[in-house]
Ligand binder design. Structure first.
Ligand SMILES: Nc1nc2c(ncn2[C@@H]2O[C@H](COP(=O)(O)OP(=O)(O)OP(=O)(O)O)[C@@H](O)[C@H]2O)c(=O)[nH]1
Ligand SMILES: [Mg+2]
Length: 521
């Protein structure tokens, strides 16, 4: 009883969860996957051990539940544990006035949690540098020293700009960051991928405006859990900053904001930029929260679970100020996306690898896949799919025998030619149907004139970017700020899309977003 009182008085913690009771209802669908994610996160935070206190309210009030409810709750916890290959180690039961309260201990060795973070923000505001400095733990020189770890293409080095998506991996082991000497070193990457219990895959996007398409692909196509938006304290909020924030919010992604380069300006200016960012967030219905110390990190992570709070951290890559806070945030933020059923991956890139053959890369959106399995790939121009064999799977250069939702992987496939594949195709286990037309609810952000039937923007869905035609509209025309229902057709190739998917469309200076409401195959 002493132990119970201590736990309850201290409140919920990283590895302690309060639940009044659970029923078989919690074993269904998304709810179950959410609980599994949550349990896995608690175990990671507890270095292999999570505690569920049952029969208590969220804020620790000893409610007490009857014997049947108690037993059912324990059974449900066992099922959730099973889902993530963990075990219920012990159950302690205490009698209180109105029933029973219990402490259930759940353990797992080699628990792993993997989140994907996408960077965003204006050109030169320090996205690549931030990622590089986090991974190495070493300061930047303020003159492009660190971004070399991300910007590896020849013209990127020459021009000092990121021009394509780059991936980097950052790991924590027992709550401590695993520093890399050289984030490009394949062995180091493989080592971190294997040994880390909390893994962060960064998708580093590009700020240079003409490459917006690439940034959209990074933020839409990679099953991102959190967006990391950088704002340099000299420039402050720029047009691209707003645009990228808009994309992150349109995709309903929680956002972390890093104010960068605080070493370059005085404190007054830094606070001006914090105010600018706070204003911007308020106009889009988010709540800014300036994170000052490690206690704030704990608070803000709890708040983010329940509301639209956005942490803001002041950082400098040169002094590494604020980096401890960003690290702590990354360690504590839970996986948001759930495993789901039915393997699905949108192809992002296609490679020809000597000795291996055709390799497709992307992030697993749903379900899981194992080496040796057969999967469908497509759709091809005529709407068909082809069966191919998964020869091998690699994650950040580390060979794995299976991959699950949220993993960024390269999959070597046999049974299809390199030239037949396109970005935006999918891999699935059940044969999907190709879609030529769909209905969608759309919202126009910006458009200089009126949008009418026959409008042909480029649409971005997952890794797909294709020209479409607005075939029918529920009103004669739409202008900036309007919403409407539209029948949309892919102009050239059929695609695999489904109801509920969100997208962005663009054409010149016009932009809008939408959600698929019905598909026609
Ligand atoms: N003084 C100072 N310089 C920084 C800081 N962060 C980044 N820089 C410098 O700013 C420049 C741009 O940084 P990048 O990391 O390449 O910016 P980016 O946002 O990735 O740029 P794109 O990918 O091209 O959009 C580099 O020369 C960095 O050295 C910082 O906190 N302080
Ligand atoms: Mg960059």
């Amino acid at each position: 009883m002493r132990c119970l009182e201590d736990i309850v008085q201290n409140g919920e913690r990283e590895n302690i969860e309060f639940k009044e009771y659970l029923t078989s209802y919690h074993l269904k669908g998304n709810r179950f996957q959410e609980l599994a994610c949550q349990m896995n996160h608690r175990i990671i935070m507890g270095r292999g051990k999570a505690i569920y206190v049952i029969g208590v309210s969220d804020n620790g009030e000893l409610r007490g539940i009857d014997e049947d409810k108690f037993n059912e709750t324990v059974e449900v916890l066992k099922k959730i544990a099973e889902e993530i290959s963990a075990k219920v180690k012990s159950v302690e039961k205490f009698k209180v006035d109105s029933g029973y309260v219990g402490i259930v201990e759940i353990v797992k060795s080699r628990a792993k949690e993997h989140i994907i973070v996408g960077t965003a923000g204006h050109v030169d505001h320090g996205k690549s540098t931030l990622v590089g400095c986090l991974i190495t733990g070493k300061p930047d020189d303020g003159d492009g020293l660190t971004r070399m770890y991300l910007d590896t293409l020849k013209h990127e080095i020459e021009r000092g700009l990121s021009a394509d998506l780059h991936f980097a991996v950052f790991g924590f082991k027992d709550g401590k960051p695993m520093r890399m000497k050289n984030p490009l070193n394949k062995n180091e990457r493989a080592f971190v991928t294997e040994k880390a219990d909390k893994l962060i895959s960064f998708v580093d996007t590009v700020g240079h405006e003409p490459w917006l398409r690439t940034t959209i692909r990074g933020l839409l196509g990679q099953k991102i859990d959190y967006g990391l938006l950088v704002v340099a304290s000299n420039d402050g909020v720029m047009k691209t900053t707003k645009e990228h924030l808009g994309i992150l919010l349109a995709m309903e992604l929680p956002v972390i904001i890093a104010i960068t380069k605080i070493d370059m300006v005085d404190e007054k200016r830094v606070n001006e930029v914090v105010d600018q960012v706070s204003q911007l967030l308020k106009t889009v219905g988010r709540i800014p929260y300036v994170v000052k110390d490690l206690e704030d990190v704990k608070k803000v992570v709890r708040l983010m679970r329940k509301s639209l709070v956005v942490p803001i951290v002041k950082t400098s890559a040169v002094t590494l100020e604020g980096y401890d806070l960003i690290e702590e945030l990354l360690l504590r933020l839970p996986k948001r996306t759930y495993k789901g059923k039915g393997f699905l991956m949108y192809i992002d890139r296609i490679y020809k690898v000597t000795g291996v053959g055709t390799v497709v890369s992307g992030s697993v959106k749903r379900g899981e896949v194992e080496e040796g399995e057969e999967v469908y790939v497509g759709p091809f121009r005529d709407g068909s799919f082809k069966l191919v064999k998964v020869q091998s799977i690699e994650m950040h250069y580390y060979r794995v025998d299976r991959a699950e939702a949220g993993d960024i992987v390269g999959i070597a496939v046999k049974g299809v030619k390199f030239d037949e594949l396109r970005r935006g195709m999918v891999l699935t286990k059940e044969e999907p149907k190709a879609v030529r037309e769909f209905d969608a609810d759309v919202y126009i952000f910006t458009h200089p004139t009126r949008i009418k039937r026959g409008y042909e923007p480029v649409i971005h869905i997952e890794t797909i970017s294709e020209t479409v035609i607005f075939k029918e509209m529920d009103k004669e025309y739409m202008k900036a700020g309007d919403r409407g229902r539209v029948r949309i057709a892919f102009k050239y190739n059929p695609q695999f899309v489904y109801e509920g998917q969100k997208f962005i469309f663009r054409e010149g200076r016009s932009k809008g977003m939408g959600e698929i409401t019905r598909v026609y195959s």
